[in-house]
Design a protein around this ligand. Structure first.
Ligand SMILES: Cc1ncc(COP(=O)(O)O)c(C=O)c1O
Length: 455
């Protein structure tokens, strides 16, 4: 009976893992990036059946790989690694393609009740939150938490500004494009961003083939005498540098994407005070799953148009998510103020700064052991929030393959490290973007594997 059971389990295992490897290989990007299948595959990997649940989510397959790797076992590390793969960790696939902020999980676990939200079935039934606000579906508690946090950190001016909430800052990006593109313009509004730019901008801009706006590429190359919207991402995704607008034309409108303007990633120099600023809990506190972003907008009419977009698009934003985000953001502000208490980690930014600093130290050490790769270096500045002097600690490592390696993504993929090629960011394929926000188990494997790669 026991033998039969083992045989049965083995069969299920082989079928399940064969399916997963098929998915992994389909994750290769084609000429254009296609996020949908890629995210879809992540979902499959995370929830892939019996073996994933029973064996710490490590999926294994007897995979017939192309060429010389035939019949070699492959292990796919998707989340936590609590037991080693049977034939050693060198066969584990490390997926660092997405900037999924799971590294903050440990901090939030020890917060427990303090950030737990309970809602009853009679609550938050209405579409409306505050009919007197331009953004009528914005929960007042979220407004207070957002403004308190910006005041505490000193990274953005909110006084006299309008706040618009979105289902992630991704929705607010689209709302801003809608609000800034004239309906009666001579043609679609040009949308540009300096390369390397966030790989989702071209996709989100052109996804619906709108007549309002079109992706016009690298801002450094934009020389038309036409109106344009320039996306300024600072610190930048993928390379982490602080940025300013580059086109400097008189027909331009700017959107500042400040998803990473938080003290664990960059020294805060002064409160940002731009016309449209986008923020998100995905990168500030690591709650990407809540899908909450906010825009700080100077002009009331623009804020109204952005609200209209979200009204037409999703008739508002989940109240449960807003309330959860409010609780978490408020806890972060409070934790900054009471951070001398010793009992547990209270200051999120202190915790996350130390974690990012430690990870960057480790990845630089790993890269310094080999001549195959290099990383950017950043100037040191003093953070007005923490008083610390440091260089950027980006959420992504913009890794360059040196020498003869022209396609860094394929090169690393052969060594079972999945990253995103520079080509998706309007840059050279000698570069890849590597997430620094994974769980410790994946990050540790990365820092062990990089120096071990020879050819
Ligand atoms: C620069 C930048 N903006 C926006 C987003 C999207 O954030 P959200 O999860 O709030 O949609 C990301 C996510 O990676 C990002 O890197």
């Amino acid at each position: 009976m026991a033998d039969y059971y083992v045989l049965f389990l083995k069969n299920v295992l082989v079928v399940s893992l064969a399916m997963n490897m098929g998915l992994i290989w389909r994750m290769r990007y084609e000429d254009e990036e296609n996020l949908t299948p890629s995210w879809g595959n992540m979902l499959h990997l995370h929830g892939s059946g019996l073996y994933a649940q029973k064996n710490s989510r490590i999926q294994e397959e007897e995979e017939e790989e192309e060429e010389a790797h035939a019949s070699k076992k492959t292990h796919i590390l998707t989340t936590t690694l609590s037991s080693a793969a049977p034939d050693g960790l060198e066969s584990v696939v490390i997926n660092l393609d997405h900037g999924d902020p799971t590294m903050y999980e440990e901090f939030w676990k020890q917060k427990g009740e303090e950030t737990t939200v309970v809602t009853s079935s009679w609550q938050h039934i209405s579409y409306f939150s505050d009919v007197n606000n331009v953004c009528w579906f914005l929960e007042p508690g979220l407004v207070s938490a957002i403004t308190a946090l910006h005041r505490t950190v000193g990274n953005a001016v909110t006084e006299g500004r309008h706040i618009v909430v979105g289902t992630g800052s991704s929705q607010l990006y689209q709302a801003a494009l809608y609000a800034l593109s004239p309906v009666d313009g001579p043609g679609p509004m040009n949308v540009v961003s300096a390369a390397p730019f966030y790989s989702s901008y071209p996709l989100m801009t052109d996804y619906l083939k709108s007549e309002l706006h079109k992706w016009a590429g690298d801002a450094y190359k934009f020389n038309k005498e036409e109106p344009y919207i320039e996306l300024v991402t600072s610190p930048n995704n993928p390379d982490g540098f602080t940025r300013q607008d580059v086109v400097k034309g008189d027909k331009g409108i700017l959107i500042h994407d400040l998803a990473y303007y938080w003290p664990q990633y960059t020294p805060i120099l002064s409160p940002a005070d731009y016309d449209i600023m986008l923020f998100t809990v995905s990168k500030s506190t690591g709650h990407a799953g809540s899908r909450i972003g906010w825009a700080v907008v100077k002009d009331r009419e623009i804020a109204k148009k952005m609200t209209t977009f979200i009204e037409i698009n999703t008739i508002g934003v989940s109240k449960e998510s807003q309330i959860r985000a409010a609780k978490i953001l408020q806890a972060v502000s409070d934790g900054c103020i009471h951070h001398n208490r010793k009992e547990a980690e209270t200051n999120f930014f202190d915790y996350s700064y130390k974690l990012m600093a430690e990870r960057w130290k480790r990845i630089r050490e790993a890269v310094n052991k080999t001549t195959l790769f290099s990383l950017p270096s950043f100037p040191q500045e003093t953070c007005s929030f923490s008083g610390r002097t440091f260089g950027q600690l980006p959420a992504f490592a913009w890794l360059k393959c040196e020498g003869e390696i022209d396609d860094c993504e394929s090169f690393l993929r052969r060594h079972k490290v999945i990253t995103r090629s520079g080509k998706h960011f309007g840059a050279s394929m000698k570069y890849v973007r590597v997430s620094m926000l994974s769980r410790e188990s994946e990050f540790k494997l990365l820092t062990e594997r990089l120096p071990a790669i020879k050819t």
